[in-house]
Design a protein. Structure first.
Ligand code: GUN
Length: 293
């Protein structure tokens, strides 16, 4: 079997179409959704993400504010910027790009964000709401994965979902979402991680395998059941002298081998990647809609 590809560009285009209509409806009521992104320091990968988020806002006709702060910004200065954005009525949602410089306490910054503007869904109150099945926002990357499954017609109810990786940004919220009651969920969920002894045995029992462990080509074909749906959240830059840049992106899954076994698979790049910004935009639109509700 050669797997069908689930492409983030196609799925996100469908969602952007829906978002454009919701943005038009908001504008007709005098509200332009506003998203701010705060970047502290000059991490090159973060600069790319932040630029892309701003560009997508502009493309959708939303208000975009990019706040660039120097590496030596103090925690107090950053907290005062967060307070300013919390109070700004033209900004419906905002996020502080992670990672932050070492001298800043990430948790204190996340806790200071008004939960009703926390479009990353990183605030403990939003994480808790998601866990009890009454979410205000869903975290962007797991929500993107769920949309890829739903919009590709993958039935998740009663299926064994194995999540590889236990990060707060992907693994843990992904598992929490798939175990909820309702469409696109209702799954039986297992999380495996670097300390799981029989990891390959567990992944082989997955109907739907979601991999976010941050190790290039970690999941090999022998770890995948015939006909499984494989979602690769990994983006690892590896050296490749044949590539013009000297490096290229690979996922956490050995794509070439696994695609011969899976029923559906997401490539890297072009798979989950475009979904994260898309779902972030969806959260920003949601935050603005709540203001007029
Ligand atoms: N760094 C990597 N991914 C993310 C994300 O989704 N949100 C924020 N704020 N920082 C990140």
């Amino acid at each position: 079997m050669t797997a069908k590809l689930i492409l983030g560009k196609e799925v996100s285009e469908e969602i952007y179409g829906e978002l454009r209509q919701r943005i038009e409806a908001l504008k007709a009521r005098g509200v332009t959704p506003g998203l701010a992104v705060v970047l502290v320091g000059e991490d090159p990968a973060s600069q790319v993400y932040v630029r892309k988020k701003g560009e997508m806002c502009e493309e959708l006709g939303m208000k975009s504010l990019t706040v660039l702060m120097p590496e030596e910004t103090t925690q107090e200065e950053l907290l005062s910027k967060v307070a300013e954005l919390n109070a700004d009525p033209s900004i419906h949602g905002f996020l502080v790009q992670l990672p932050l410089p070492d001298h800043i306490d990430e948790e204190a910054v996340i806790n200071a964000i008004d939960p009703s503007k926390d479009v990353d869904c990183f605030h403990p109150s939003n994480v808790g709401r998601m866990l009890i099945g009454n979410p205000d926002f869903l975290p962007a990357t797991p929500a993107g994965v769920q949309q890829m499954l739903v919009r590709s017609g993958v039935d998740t109810a009663g299926k064994h979902v194995v999540v590889v990786g236990r990060s707060n940004i992907v693994g843990k919220p992904m598992a929490a979402m798939m175990v909820q009651k309702g469409a696109g969920a209702d799954s039986t969920v297992t999380i495996v991680h670097s300390r799981t002894p029989n990891l390959a045995e567990m992944t082989r029992s997955a109907d739907i395998l979601i991999v976010a462990i941050g190790k290039p080509r970690f999941v090999t074909a022998d770890m995948v059941k015939d006909g499984a749906v494989v979602i690769d959240v990994g983006t690892n830059r590896v050296a490749d002298p044949t590539h013009p840049k000297g490096s290229r992106l690979v996922g956490d899954v050995d794509f070439e081998a696994v695609k011969e076994k899976a029923s559906y698979i997401t490539p890297v790049p072009g798979g989950v990647g475009p979904m994260t910004i898309c779902m972030l935009m969806a959260n920003a639109v949601r935050a603005a809609e709540r203001v007029v509700e």
